[in-house]
Design a protein around this ligand. Structure first.
Ligand code: SF4
Length: 381
């Protein structure tokens, strides 16, 4: 395991009052150029140039842009920047997983302004797991992040910045990959926080990273994971159009109320109905259901049968996640024999039910283990 401190070229502290270009939709960039008196005939071309340098060239300074007038770039630099949030720490797991601890701007004088972003390389693909909040309000009892109180929602540029930081560190920019072989092929919003409690910022960030003139990640390769905030589920399909994952973890309300307490507000009956009506599944995409395997809690073969029953009307993939312990957790992972039996019951009923291989466990980067370093160090004192 490697643990490295990174020196960032420009920090968020330097640029707190400047807007980030990569947090703007193309229409907003176009408005900014209009304010800089760019002639309307040139506006669309200049917008595309700025967008290309930002999302294909990966530039971090406006002065690196070569084909736009210097005067215009100077004018833009009074209000806008391309600087990233700074990286406080980078850890590399024995299995190649990389975790970045990212410093965000301090708001309300809070000292806990760090999030974690994780890159998981696999054969023929690389997945980036990004965060939507600092901490979380939902207290899912198996999740380490749930023990960290919510500090604040991330802004859309802080969400996009996580992808840019990872591309910087992995040297994953289009200009350096003429054959367009990307290291980051998929993005999952499964890091710290509940994305649907930060809907507008998440929506804007995902529209930016899937915009076909920029990074152009396919919407099928971007997954938003929710613990089940029912009123927003239809909006995800209609307004963002990405793949949906649901942290399900139980097929009975009495168990889910304990594992995912938001279930008391949005019980399984409502959640399943919202999934059945998810706009995207009409286009043959499946919904992914996450199911953490907890010994003697939710891992009986009857639990598997209950799961089959409630998901019978939804094209589903069920990801079985061996529980990743964290300091102070109260659960034990199910035996591997039981996980395989559970998977077979689902498979025999026609459900795709892969068992997720734990990744990055030695750096606490696996599913449900994210929590900012500041908090972790404080809790050790
Ligand atoms: S599983 Fe997700 S929603 Fe639940 S506490 Fe953890 S970060 Fe929050």
């Amino acid at each position: 395991m490697l643990d490295t401190s990174i020196e960032s070229p420009s920090t968020n502290q330097d640029n707190q009052n400047l807007k980030k270009i990569y947090g703007q939709l193309q229409s907003e960039i176009s408005e900014a150029l209009e304010k800089c008196q760019v002639p309307s005939k040139q506006n669309s071309m200049r917008t595309k140039q700025l967008w290309n340098w930002t999302f294909l060239g990966g530039v971090t300074e406006l002065s690196e842009i070569k084909n736009m007038p210097k005067e215009l770039l100077n004018q833009l630099s009074k209000n806008y920047t391309l600087s990233r949030n700074s990286i406080a720490n980078e850890q590399k797991s024995n299995d190649g997983t990389i975790k970045w601890l990212v410093d965000l701007a301090s708001k309300n004088n809070s000292t806990n302004n760090q999030i974690e972003t994780v890159f998981i390389p696999e054969e023929n693909r690389g997945t980036l797991c990004i965060s939507s909040q600092i901490g979380c309000t939902l207290n899912c009892s198996f999740c380490h992040t749930g023990t960290q109180r919510l500090v604040r929602n991330l802004t859309s540029d802080e969400i996009v910045s996580q992808l840019l930081i990872a591309k910087d560190r992995l040297d994953d920019w289009h200009k350096n990959n003429p054959n367009n072989v990307r290291k980051i092929t998929n993005v999952v919003m499964m890091g710290m926080g509940e994305p649907l409690y930060n809907f507008e910022a998440v929506k804007k960030a995902l529209l930016i990273i899937t915009d076909c003139d920029g990074i152009a990640l396919s919407k099928r390769r971007v997954t938003l994971s929710t613990s089940g905030i029912v009123p927003y589920i239809e909006r995800v399909g209609n307004e963002i159009g990405v793949s949906l994952a649901v942290s399900l973890h139980a097929a009975k309300d009495e168990i889910r109320d304990i594992l995912v307490p938001i279930n008391k507000k949005y019980p399984l009956k409502e959640l399943i109905k919202a999934c059945e009506n998810y706009p995207k599944i009409k286009n043959s995409s499946k919904i992914t259901f996450e199911y953490v395997m907890l010994k003697d809690v939710n891992d009986s073969l009857q639990d598997a049968k209950d799961l089959i029953k409630i998901l019978s009307n939804i094209p589903s993939k069920i990801n079985l996640i061996p529980f990743n312990p964290w300091p102070g957790s109260n659960y034990i992972c199910s035996d591997m024999k039981r996980i395989r039996e559970f998977a077979k019951v689902l498979l025999d009923a026609g459900f795709s039910s892969p068992i997720r291989k734990p990744r990055g466990q030695d750096i606490l980067a696996a599913c449900g283990q994210l929590r900012s370093e500041t908090i972790r160090l404080k809790s050790k004192k």
